[in-house]
Ligand binder design. Structure first.
Ligand code: ADP
Length: 257
């Protein structure tokens, strides 16, 4: 079976006004369930715990301290899983929460346990929903950290399960020759086979208010994928149906392979 890892960013889950994009989450549940029922193996890596926590606790500002962010993330993670469970169940699809830390890469024993769990879930037809364990690790919360966030985690997960494709859904149509928010002349790359110094330069600008990664972190993930047999597509997650088009081989977003 073709194995697909989907990573959805905060910017696709939370509207700029702080509301949760329930329509988008519902569509995602519909698409992923359909793929699974057509014989694909599907893993979801989802950000959004902080954003959902802020929404639930009626906070307008992102908490200032790391412990406060961890507390809000703990509230939000439970609520996010609540929402996913509910939406997936309308399509009779079971999900599971898997919280990971990046050190699974360093400890063979932990890595083996993670792989075993994921393989078992897939065999049972369950869609694992993965996030970083924000209580244990603060990579995803820490804006200063360049090499740790769910973009990296999704690439690591793709390696662990030997996924065929990582679909990274963001709030942008793909990778451009500059931040389109600031540079109207930036052009979209359809395919990138090697991340050259010039490509790194194009990614210089950090991301949105609610997201954490920005393009640097997406390129780091892509670099990890390029070192394997897998491929990665960076695409706009506004309409999760786009995943159908990507799998149908249409030219969508930026393909890293
Ligand atoms: P997510 O929350 O989905 O992980 P981010 O907000 O971290 O997304 O990153 C996406 C943002 O990165 C885009 O909305 C865009 O403003 C910014 N960006 C900076 N440089 C680029 C580039 N070269 N190509 C595309 N987007 C870029």
């Amino acid at each position: 079976a073709q194995r697909i890892v989907i990573k959805i960013g905060t910017s696709s889950l939370i509207y700029p006004n702080g509301n949760i994009n329930l329509a988008g989450i519902d569509q995602l549940a519909f698409v992923l369930t359909d793929l699974k029922n057509r014989g694909k193996e599907v893993v979801l890596v989802s950000s959004g715990a902080i954003g959902v926590g802020m929404n639930k606790l009626h906070l307008n500002e992102r908490p200032a301290t790391i412990p406060a962010q961890q507390a809000v993330a703990a509230v939000g993670q439970a609520e996010l899983m609540n929402i996913y469970n509910q939406r997936f169940l309308t399509y009779s699809q079971q999900t599971a929460q898997v919280l990971l830390t990046r050190d699974i890469v360093e400890f063979p024993e932990s890595r083996k346990n993670v792989v075993n769990t994921l393989e078992q879930l897939l065999e049972m037809g369950i869609i694992p929903i993965i996030n970083e364990n924000d209580t244990v690790a603060i990579d995803e919360l820490d804006h200063q950290t360049k090499f740790g966030d769910n973009d990296q985690l999704s690439a690591i997960v793709t390696q662990l399960v030997q996924g065929d494709l990582l679909v990274m859904l963001s709030d942008i149509d793909g990778f451009y020759s500059g931040n389109p928010a600031k540079n109207k002349n930036a052009i979209l790359f359809h395919a990138i086979h090697e991340i050259t110094p010039e490509i790194w330069d194009f990614a210089g600008d950090k991301g949105s208010k609610y997201g954490t990664g920005g393009m640097i972190s997406k390129l780091n993930a892509a670099q990890r994928i390029l070192a394997t047999e897998s491929a990665m597509v960076l695409a706009n997650g506004q309409q999760p149906q786009v995943i159908f088009d990507i799998l149908a081989g249409k030219q969508i977003g930026t393909l890293f392979c």
